[in-house]
Ligand binder design. Sequence first.
Ligand code: NI
Length: 180
Amino acid sequence: MKLEVLKYPNKKLKKKSRSVSKVNQVIQDLARDMFETMYLDNGIGLAAPQVGELIRLIILDVALIDPDHPEDHKPDPVALVNPEIEKAEGTIEYEEGCLSCPELIVPVTRSEKVWVNYLDLDGKPSKLTAEGLKAVCIQHEIDHLDGILLVDKMGRLEKDMYRKKRIRVAKDEKALANIL
Ligand code: NI
């Protein structure tokens, strides 16, 4: 089932999400719906608070690309419950977008390589190492779990302008009740 992706400045996006105590069917179903939603919206990552669930679950699919066959994308879906960055190394700047911040691209500097501990969808403690875009994506999604958005990576003036623009859109869409 496709879920509604909340848009900035919906106040739920600014909340800190809670840890998942047990990975059960509810979590598995939510992850499945999040994948469906992310693929339909052409995203590469999505965090549970973006669909209104304030729990520590993120998904991503940064397709593996073989430079000799760029047309041949290999899907690489991963779901991480309670993700924690154990170690990080290097720096990378990437122009990031976000399904919750329409029409916004922000250059953000993050770690180039990360070692992450998490639970998989069977509740099994797991580890992964990611670099480049996949590492960027993981850090962006974990930020969502702490209520940190792409707009928080911009200067104050730019953020104010974007916020005003988004509030105008929310007024048009009669969605003001969800705003801070
Ligand atoms: Ni995002």
